[in-house]
Design a protein around this ligand. Structure first.
Ligand code: TXA
Ligand code: MG
Length: 422
């Protein structure tokens, strides 16, 4: 690890921008996803000349070892050529990302995946099934790492490398046109909510990067599910819940293995079904070690379930009285952002207090967790820009997309409040 640290320090000194260097001018290029088509053998065709030019401009920027922001179906990514340590290092300096947090490598085809894997490595039947069903898409798989090929900065010295094939046409086309795997974390300053629109990236990284490809709002809105299926027991460990739900994975594995002799792997969710001290200490999956997803405004998680011992849930009005006392405001009213399902009983009760200026962000129904997932980061970033004093986020059941939603919300929130609705 010391060798890795010395190497990273060397690269940082060698390639960091000198103080006073002029900031880059950030250009945003609109891309038309509907003009991009992939053939069955993974060849890309782009019918819009503007989109093709944008892709080529971005590809040459990447080849010049500068990072480019681009849309994926999950969140916007900040990409750099994965097999070049200098390029990858610029991701870390642009985001202010801690060097021990590994990056996901993005590929555009199975052929490109194969070029990254150790020789003689064969995919397990579980991985074959998961890839067949969920690639391209928001599923990241850990693979054994060939250290002679993949720079240490990508894996932060881990024995594995995380790889996914994004389904957003612009992401996949950018990788194909560049003809190189791209390392890409979310395109935000470290610790902030992940961007789901080009304007979120611009607001955050303007002047720090030269190109943002705008492919519209991200459909999934939360990052990919990170899966480790490399353990000898054959079980599937979910290191980070995300765009592909645990229920989806379970369904595919049960269907895929039910008529075979292979035992159906168990699905274990980190921190719910297993803990891993090495994982907690080492970098890995987001928010385990570092602050994550937090806007500059305080976020409070409003809970009605899982009341801890010794906590007496309060009524909404008692909560609001305390809130007003703890955040004295004048001359204007307290401005509070709400990320709550549109059919929330809690929200209805809160907004009946008209002494507070409420900022409601449309969030979908309780029964529509996929929509809530899509809007969560957008809501945090939009309310932050509206200048609210505080954001209240209501808990959702931790099933389907709700598991990933609550994973992000718990990390974004500085505190939780337990409420009982009379
Ligand atoms: O949807 C996504 O995954 C987005 C888009 C841009 O593709 N990317 C993304 O990257 O969320 P990032 O860097 O914000 O989160 C990737 C996480 C890392 O924080 C790390 O914890 C985990 O994936 N990861 C990467 N390599 C790993 C490895 N070898 N072992 C365990 N976890 C790893
Ligand atoms: Mg991130």
């Amino acid at each position: 690890m010391n060798v890795l640290k010395r190497y990273l320090n060397f690269l940082r000194k060698r390639f960091s921008q000198p103080q006073g260097t002029m900031a880059a001018v950030t250009q945003v290029f609109a891309c038309d996803s509907t003009s991009i088509v992939f053939s069955l053998d993974d060849q890309v065709a782009v019918s819009s000349p503007e989109t093709l030019t944008a892709l080529h401009t971005a590809a040459s920027c990447l080849k010049d070892l500068s990072p480019v922001a681009f849309p994926t179906e999950t969140v916007y990514g900040l990409g750099a050529i994965a097999l070049n340590a200098t390029a990858a290092l610029k991701i870390f300096s642009t985001k202010g990302r801690p060097a021990d947090n590994p990056l996901i490598v993005h590929v555009s085809s199975r052929r490109m995946l194969q070029t990254l894997l150790p020789q003689n490595y064969t995919l397990s039947p579980s991985y074959e099934l998961l890839i067949e069903h969920f690639w391209p898409g928001p599923l990241t798989l850990l693979f054994p790492c060939d250290h002679s090929l993949i720079p240490d900065i990508i894996t932060a010295g881990q024995p594995t490398v995380a790889i996914r094939m994004p389904s957003h046409p612009v992401a996949r086309a950018l990788i194909a046109v560049t003809d190189a795997p791209l390392a890409a974390p979310s395109a935000n300053s470290s610790g902030k909510p992940s961007p789901t629109r080009a304007e979120h990236v611009l607001n955050d990284l303007n002047g720090k990067i030269t190109i943002i490809l705008d492919g519209g709002p991200c459909e999934v809105g939360l990052e990919s599910t990170v899966v480790d299926g490399l353990h000898e027991d054959g079980n599937i460990r979910i290191l980070r819940p995300g765009g592909i739900t645990v229920e989806d994975i379970q369904r595919v594995l049960i269907n895929g293995f039910s008529d075979t002799d292979t035992p159906i792997p168990q699905i274990l969710v980190h921190r719910r079904d297993f803990r891993d001290d090495a994982l907690e200490q080492a970098p890995t999956t987001p928010g385990m070690k570092y602050r994550h997803y937090s806007p500059s405004v305080p976020v409070t998680l409003m809970r009605m379930t899982d009341v801890p011992l010794g906590i007496e849930p309060r009524s909404p009005s008692a909560f609001l009285e305390d809130l007003k006392r703890s955040m004295p405001h004048s001359p204007n009213a307290l401005r509070v952002g709400l990320l709550m399902p549109s059919d929330s009983i809690l929200m209805k009760s809160l907004i009946s207090d008209t002494t507070i200026q409420w900022h409601e962000f449309p969030f979908g129904l309780v029964s529509e967790p996929a929509i809530i997932a899509r809007r969560l980061f957008d809501g945090l970033l939009t309310l932050e820009r509206e200048g609210v004093d505080l954001i209240l986020v209501e808990e959702v059941p931790e099933e389907n997309e709700g598991l990933a939603i609550m994973n992000r919300v718990k990390k974004a929130a500085g505190s939780s409040q337990w409420i009982a609705i009379p």
